[in-house]
Design a protein around this ligand. Structure first.
Ligand SMILES: [Zn+2]
Length: 417
């Protein structure tokens, strides 16, 4: 232990307490507004649906608090509690190559943390989601998903980790610049690969085929200047009753995805409006902007790691018996989030700005009233709360609260055509 140990514990405790405090605020706010549907939604969402959303959000928030406490405990046990030291001595005594023992160490910590959090995941899926009528995952589907996730973690993570540890050990003083280039290229590659290769391992994606929609979509695409034919319907109903739509991928792999559950509940006008919103993300280059920001923050991250890797107080402070590249990388990945928790409102703010921009774009290409109707349906079907605590929301929500978003849409003028 040294002074950095106390700094680490202080930030860990503060970030944990901050998250618990936000969750508490959220719960109190929701309970206070549970008995009345907010003015803007009267007649669109009934009291029963409003109270279901409140109860559902309360249960999920309680689980999130538990998960925060467990996560913090795991972090202390891994570092100051000596688990990483033990794992390291096991891997080093059984694997000769430094790089490979490093890869195995990092992977085993990731898989271990994943397994420790598994009971929460099980409870969330089979208790909470089940109780509110959302769960459609069978136990065998759940187990299959777990295997697939861990396999993917190994298949994708192993070569990346191997390459990173190789660069850290071999590329001299400026290794972090090479590591940054490697990571950024890998991220671009994955963003391109995920929609067509990884996501289809979990779900079936079929091109949206609907004659009534076809011509309206083509006209919408022409108005927006969007070339891709990629509108897909995903069988989200295989696992859950929740619905959504999203824009994903880059280059020739970019696509818009609707959950089948959402498509079922929206009419043609509403689908067109949601599509216009997703095209707004494309038109406003939100994926590109997001990638530029993450490229820059990754550079900052590696520069910081480049410095920390040479500082013995960093390793001593976190209870390490040895100093090596794999430990430096692992500690950095584990510990960084407790310091960046406090920056969360900044990233939420940017994401909300993007949502407002996409809404503004959508309202010039489709009727904003139709987007409002679709949003109300989305909130109702997903039992999302209409009354989040504003402070909680500014930390955790990438989308503005429903009432704020609808007010913004109302303030925009309708389509010119
Ligand atoms: Zn959006």
């Amino acid at each position: 232990m040294n002074e950095f140990s106390y700094i680490f514990l202080f930030f860990l405790a503060t970030s944990m307490l901050l998250k618990l405090w936000l969750n508490r605020r959220q719960m109190i706010h929701i309970i206070q507004h549970r008995d009345e549907v907010p003015e803007d939604f009267k007649g669109k969402i009934d009291l029963e649906a409003h109270q279901k959303a409140a109860d559902y959000t309360l249960e999920k928030t309680k689980m999130a608090s538990l998960s925060t406490i467990i996560g913090s405990a795991i972090l202390v046990m891994l570092t100051l509690g000596g688990i990483i030291n033990t794992l390291l001595s096991v891997t080093q005594s059984s694997i000769e190559s430094d790089i490979w023992s490093g890869v195995v160490l990092i992977m085993s910590v990731f898989i271990l943390s994943h397994l420790v959090e598994l009971p929460i995941d099980v409870y969330q899926t089979f208790k909470i989601e089940q109780k509110f009528g959302f769960n459609r995952t069978t136990p065998s589907q759940f187990i299959k998903d777990q295997f697939l996730q861990i396999t993917l973690m190994l298949v994708i993570g192993t070569p990346l980790l191997y390459a990173l540890l190789h660069v850290m050990g071999q590329m001299g003083e400026y290794w972090w610049l090479y590591a940054w280039l490697l990571t950024v290229s890998f991220t671009f590659f994955m963003t391109w690969l995920v929609p067509t290769v990884i996501a289809p391992l979990f779900n079936k994606f079929t091109p949206l085929e609907n004659e009534e929609l076809e011509s309206r979509i083509q006209k919408l695409f022409q108005r927006c200047g969007f070339k891709s034919k990629g509108i897909y319907v995903m069988d989200g109903s295989k696992r859950s009753g929740h619905g959504n739509a999203y824009f994903t991928g880059i280059g020739n792999n970019k696509r818009i995805v609707f959950y089948d559950t959402l498509i079922e509940s929206l009419n043609t006008d509403e689908i067109e409006a949601v599509l216009a919103h997703e095209l707004g993300h494309f038109k406003c280059k939100h994926v590109t902007k997001h990638m530029i920001v993450s490229t820059f923050t990754t550079l900052l991250g590696f520069a910081l790691l480049g410095w920390l890797k040479e500082e013995s107080w960093f390793f001593d402070g976190l209870g390490m018996m040895q100093i090596n590249d794999a430990i430096a990388l692992l500690l950095f990945i584990l510990v960084l989030p407790i310091f960046t928790t406090f920056l969360q409102p900044i990233s939420s703010r940017f994401q909300r700005k993007f949502e407002f921009e996409a809404d503004a774009f959508a309202s010039t290409m489709a009727n904003p009233e139709h987007l409002i109707q679709a949003l109300v349906k989305l909130y109702r079907e997903n039992a999302s709360t209409l009354t989040p605590d504003p402070v909680y929301s500014s930390f955790h929500h990438s989308h503005p609260p429903a009432s704020v978003r609808i007010e913004h849409l109302r303030s925009l003028s309708g389509p010119s055509s």
